[in-house]
Design a protein around this ligand. Structure first.
Ligand code: ADP
Ligand code: MG
Length: 403
């Protein structure tokens, strides 16, 4: 089946064409240059840019996919979460398209797209990472049932979450951030270092030539009693460390200091995330491994069980260990983070699905994939076919992936 997918949830206008789980084309009209002038995302500027870009992006995606609009079987669009006025542009466009072409419309949760993005195949049908020991082959419900339940690790500009994927559409957050997201921390610390927006990639680049142990920074929530993230304390610690350095040392090699600083900051973020992933995995397996430094393992087990039994991940209280680990979100581009997660997955002998780099940050291909999987699982009922239902689709800016 041929799917057209649209995502305008934030600062990029993205349109993709998929044939099942294969991406035939994925086109992004970025607004980085626009936002760089403001040091962040300006909603009104963003909306105007989406309006100007969407039609051209659509035509370009069809052209690159070598498809005619008559070839499209379904139109998928991000319904939320995201900025309301941005989401509206994509939804409006998708509604008009669905009605004009008389094709079903599939509203998609953007977070579900990120969570499943590791399953996207390129045009030639290849996954970015096959995972360890599992070649899922053609995506069928049977193939998916071999990798569900799974664990999703979502690290982006707005989210830092560990999600239990009981099955398609059944998600439970097992850990999330109390304040800033990891990507946000990267961007804010990037700004402190004088980098433009987004600072994450620049920090990661500097960190490559940096050394650990030169700058002192805390690992946030390390050994905390709760399975929670928090990055605002680290951000403040960064601010103080930089101020102290500026006041004391002006003679040293500034570039090397920034690299060492970036390396230590990256270490703190990667350690904070890895520590919770290990604790969650152990809690799901019911055994405390030697990597685990939890102060109260039984409490971790209880909190994971409670979340899953009250969430919508599974019909029963039984908690099965994950059979795969998925990673998603722009911060996964940090090689030390993806490396750490991949090593963890290996230790637990669990296949690891890392998305192609271009499908880690916001993109429409992952929206098309989520739509495809829903059709696969839930059949045609999942898609809206009559004009009235299509018209009723509204943006849900605060849409959550799970309770
Ligand atoms: P969201 O959709 O929540 O806004 P994205 O998934 O689009 O976030 O990811 C954007 C975030 O990813 C930004 O915060 C950016 O700094 C961060 N990011 C991108 N590449 C890297 C990298 N190599 N290292 C660290 N952070 C990165
Ligand atoms: Mg996103």
């Amino acid at each position: 089946m041929i799917l057209l997918a649209i995502d305008t949830s934030c600062d990029e206008t993205s349109v993709a064409v998929l044939e099942d789980d294969r991406v035939l084309a994925s086109v992004l009209a970025t607004q980085f240059d626009l936002h760089r002038q403001y040091g962040g995302i300006m909603p009104s500027v963003s909306r105007r840019a989406h309006e100007e870009n969407i039609h051209g992006t659509y035509l370009e995606a069809l052209k690159r996919a070598r498809k005619d609009e008559k070839d499209l079987d379904y139109i998928a669009v991000t319904q939320g979460p995201g900025l309301a006025i941005d989401l509206e542009v994509g939804i409006r466009y998708a509604q008009d398209l669905a009605k004009r072409l008389r094709r079903p419309l599939i509203p998609v949760n953007h977070m579900e797209g990120h969570l499943l993005s590791g399953l996207l195949r390129n045009r030639a049908g290849k996954l970015f990472s096959k995972g360890v020991g599992v070649d899922i082959g053609k995506l069928t419900t049977t193939a998916l049932d071999r990798i569900f339940p799974a664990l999703g690790v979502l690290v982006s500009g707005k989210h830092t979450e560990i999600v239990y994927i009981g099955g398609l559409g059944g998600y439970t957050k097992l850990a999330y951030t109390l304040d800033d997201a990891a990507g946000e921390a990267f961007d804010k610390v990037g700004r402190m270092l004088g980098f433009g927006y987004p600072g994450g990639p620049v920090i990661s680049e500097f960190a490559k030539s940096g050394h650990l142990g030169v700058v002192e920074l805390p690992i946030p929530m390390y050994r905390s009693k709760e399975l929670r993230f928090s990055f605002s304390g680290l951000k403040t610690a960064c601010l103080y460390a930089l101020k102290k350095h500026d006041a004391e040392d002006t003679a040293g090699d500034k570039r090397q200091y920034v690299a060492d600083f970036a390396r230590q900051f990256e270490f703190s973020v990667v350690s904070a995330i890895s520590e919770k992933v290990i604790r969650v995995l152990d809690a799901l397996h019911g055994t405390k491994s030697e990597l685990n430094n939890s102060l109260d393992f039984e409490k971790d087990v209880q909190s994971v069980r409670d979340a899953i039994s009250t969430g919508c991940a599974s019909g029963s209280d039984a908690v099965s260990p994950p059979r795969a680990i998925f990673a998603g979100g722009g911060v996964i581009n940090n090689v030390r983070l993806s490396g750490a997660l991949s090593r963890i997955a290996k230790r637990y002998k669990t296949p690891f699905f890392l998305p192609y780099p271009r499908f880690r940050s916001d993109n429409a291909a992952m929206i098309g994939l989520a739509a495809y999987l829903h059709i696969l699982y839930d059949g045609e009922e999942y898609a809206l076919t009559n004009a009235e239902d299509i018209e009723k689709v509204e943006r849900i800016p605060r849409l959550s992936v799970a309770g």
